[in-house]
Design a protein around this ligand. Structure first.
Ligand code: NI
Length: 489
């Protein structure tokens, strides 16, 4: 990105219009104060280069969440930071990604070819206790292409997270909106809006002024293409005196750390993460006598797994997590916390294939690779396998038996992946439950995670005890299929 600004320097006049077409700065320095009539507002911001990014490798122990699909249907490529040390940051990023996913789905028609959804991210700054990110979202559909981005700064020592908007005081936000609108208009963009219209739009829309980079001395506001009518993101640098006046106290503190090049305090290494805050204890119960039930979650670990662990901790309820090997590979810390907190981990294959459709050697490889990931991340050798889609054949069961593993199916299907609805997931969990039931859910869906506290409470109100898989069915018998405590063969 920065090259755009550099090469035009000797040819400013000639290439000015070209540079504008790419939304780059006409001049890398602020325009001189105009000798304008006193009634005119002095510009207090100007088009600038997009903020520099540091690359995610700049910070150690940063775990990217990654998800991609090359199946038929939309091309999904989602990557964003997972930081176990800063739950407030995680909640903010998760909410943004979820909102963008919903928006993408709303644009999408059935069976639309060439549609794509991408989330990408980069580090903007790391200094003192502060870590700044930009998270970008691209939706490509027949109806519309949409490019959008936010920035977020977090104080990881105090778990305080600031959106771009939080970097300004209330008065500051109004001044900045006006200055930005004026700079965009001066540069010939703004889709015919007046400065008043444009600045009130920046103030009113939920993500207006949500993408702000701090430079150490000031701030750069980045606008989405839909804001300006420019093909690319457009950066507006605030003049120093405006930045000084408009930035909030926390933003000044971040700028000071950046300007002083204060070393970043660092993220906790996986060994330092405190799993005890998620710990649960197993109930003392005899499931031959009591009405027991096991909660199982497939397809993680993922963006909502820690939130689920918090709910399970608060309710002191055990669960079983059937993890996909490639997700464990990307999020080993979370797999480790799941085990350390006291939950059971099972194998849900490496790449989630239909096992009956692949050769026996491949079945074995899918399971072995996942076992290795789980053992490396969580120190657990699991005897439990949940075949994707519940699909097994005698040949598949033979592979499991050979590995000393059992298949865990279910007798209560919440269809949470389909309904994505807290009330419906809860209703289905409770409607079919019996003593000895195994309930199927997925911790990669926010609705399933958010439904969990209510499901636990309702099950307990009905007299059920929530237990681990081993408490429910006993030690795993290799080659056996478990549908519930009372249905295993
Ligand atoms: Ni699955």
């Amino acid at each position: 990105m920065p090259e755009k600004g550099k090469f035009i320097r000797p040819f400013t006049m000639v290439l000015a219009s070209l540079a504008l077409a790419a939304c780059s700065p006409v001049s890398p320095t602020p325009p001189a104060t105009p000798t304008a009539p006193i009634s005119m507002v002095t510009p207090r911001a100007h088009v600038a280069q997009l903020p520099a990014r540091e690359g995610i490798e700049a910070v150690e122990y940063l775990t990217p969440y990654q998800e991609s699909s090359t199946d038929a249907g939309p091309k999904i490529n989602v990557a964003y930071p997972v930081i176990t040390a800063a739950p407030s940051l995680q909640a903010y990023i998760n909410a943004y990604v979820q909102g963008q996913r919903t928006y993408f789905r709303s644009l999408l028609n059935a069976n639309e070819p060439n549609s794509a959804f991408t989330i990408s991210w980069d580090i903007l700054a790391h200094a003192g206790p502060y870590l700044g990110f930009v998270v970008e979202s691209n939706s490509t559909t027949l109806a519309q292409n949409s490019h959008h981005a936010i920035s977020v700064f977090t104080d990881i020592e105090h778990d305080v997270t600031l959106s771009g908007q939080d970097l300004f005081t209330d008065d500051g936000r109004r001044m900045v909106a006006r200055a930005v609108a004026s700079a965009v208009q001066t540069a010939g963009y703004g889709a015919g809006k007046t400065i008043d219209q444009f600045s009130s739009q920046l103030l009113e829309q939920p993500n207006g002024l949500a993408n702000v980079a701090l430079t150490g001395t000031g701030a750069v506001v980045v606008l989405d293409p839909s804001d300006t009518g420019c093909a690319d993101f457009m950066a507006i640098a605030l003049d120093d005196d405006l930045a000084n006046e408009a930035l909030s106290e926390p933003a000044h503190a971040i700028n000071e750390a950046i300007a002083n090049k204060t070393p970043f305090v660092g993220l906790p290494s996986p060994e330092q993460i405190n799993a005890s805050e998620y710990a649960i204890s197993l109930p003392e119960v005899d499931c031959a006598v009591a009405a027991c039930v096991a909660l199982t979650y497939d397809d993680g670990p993922g963006e909502y797994t820690l939130e689920l662990l918090r709910y399970l901790h608060e309710a002191n309820a055990p669960a079983t997590f059937f993890m996909v090997g490639r997700s464990v590979h990307h999020l080993p810390d979370i797999a480790g916390i799941v085990a350390e907190a006291g939950h059971t981990i099972g194998n849900h294959t490496y790449s989630h294939p239909q096992l009956p459709k692949i050769a026996s050697a491949e079945v074995n490889a899918e399971l072995a690779r996942t076992d290795a990931e789980i053992e490396a991340a969580a120190g657990v050798k699991t005897p439990w396998v949940r075949p994707p889609y519940g699909a097994v054949t005698p040949a598949v069961m033979k592979e499991l038996a050979g590995r000393g593993q059992a298949a865990v199916l279910w007798d209560v299907d919440t269809e949470d992946w389909k309904n994505r609805n807290i009330a419906e997931t809860t209703r289905r969990a409770l409607a079919a439950v019996q003593p000895g039931s195994i309930i199927l859910m997925h911790d990669i869906h926010e609705s399933s995670v958010k439904a969990t506290p209510g499901i636990i409470k309702a099950l307990r109100d009905k007299g059920f005890t929530i237990v681990s898989l081993e408490q429910l069915v006993g030690q795993a018998k290799p080659g056996v299929k478990y549908f519930s405590r009372n249905n295993a063969h």
